[in-house]
Design a protein around this ligand. Structure first.
Ligand code: HPA
Length: 278
């Protein structure tokens, strides 16, 4: 079966499960899955039931699509995502985005838990991603290109949509939620970075570092989607603070920030500006 047929098959299956046709999707990062509880009239589809979908295996991640509404707006949340360090190819882990695009999704909110390289940031801060550095040497679009999805050489000069960034800034200000801004560097993991790697990231212009988001953003832009990126800073990166890292600490700090994170995402998705208005 071709990749295109695999995407079509998964999309056909989902169309049978729900009549909702959201234009906005959100990928919920580690410890941030609670937002799914804000979705009204939820219709849940476990990943394992969708033909061809990978199955998530990381602690702190559920593994399901949650369709429903926030206010008047139809949304779909990916509660649980796939990571490169789990052993998937970058293309495989981005399959859900191809499927969501096929279902009519136009805009993507991508969220994550990450470490702060910028010493002015603190654990618990939320950050608007203004740009990224793909430090993996890999790209999810490597391989033959199917023009039905997107172009061979997609432009990345505005990977994170400026209009959506302005909308996030205004929404955060109206809720009095402080929002940092910066560049997210992608590190494959699953080991955390060394102190020397973090010094290198700093010199390269990174403000945060994490193990997700970049493959998904590249794919979403390729597919013609607008992307808004939001990070929850769960720890200072290696060497920025002396503390050792653990996944438990990441989940704990993310869950402490979840209230503000959910309030922001709820407001964003409730008042989401449809594509035409920009
Ligand atoms: N590094 C990489 N990924 C992360 C971190 C980190 O410090 N914190 C949360 N995800």
């Amino acid at each position: 079966m071709t990749f295109y047929d695999q995407v079509r098959q998964a999309a056909d299956y989902i169309r049978e499960c729900t009549d909702l046709r959201p234009r906005t999707a959100i990928i919920l990062g580690s410890g941030l899955g609670e937002l799914a509880e804000h979705i009204q009239d939820a219709e849940i589809i476990p990943y394992r039931e969708i033909p061809g979908f990978p199955a998530s295996s990381v602690a702190g991640h559920a593994a399901r699509l949650v369709f429903g509404r926030i206010g008047e707006n139809e949304v779909v949340a990916m509660q649980g995502r796939f990571h490169y360090y789990e052993g998937y190819s970058m293309k495989e882990l981005c399959l859900p985005l191809y499927v969501l695009r096929q279902l009519g999704v136009e805009d993507l909110v991508v969220t994550n838990a990450c470490g702060a390289v910028n010493a002015a940031f603190a654990p618990g801060d939320l950050m608007l991603i203004t740009d990224h550095i793909n430090f993996s040497g890999r790209n999810p679009l490597i391989g033959s290109n199917d023009e039905r999805f997107g172009p061979r050489f997609p432009d990345m000069s505005e990977a994170y949509d400026k209009g959506l960034g302005a909308f996030a800034r205004e929404t955060a200000a109206s809720l009095e939620i402080p929002l940092q801004e910066g560049v997210y560097a992608f590190y494959s993991g699953p080991s955390f970075e060394t102190a020397a790697e973090i010094r290198a990231f700093k010199a390269l212009g990174a403000d945060t570092v994490g193990m997700s988001t970049v493959p998904e953003t590249i794919t979403a832009v390729y597919l013609g989607m607008r992307v808004l990126g939001l990070s929850c800073i769960t720890n200072m990166a290696t060497g920025i603070a002396e503390k050792k890292h653990s996944h438990e600490e990441v989940l704990l700090t993310a869950s402490k920030s979840a209230e503000r994170f959910c309030a922001l995402c709820d407001a964003l998705l409730r008042d989401w500006p449809a594509g035409e208005s920009f």
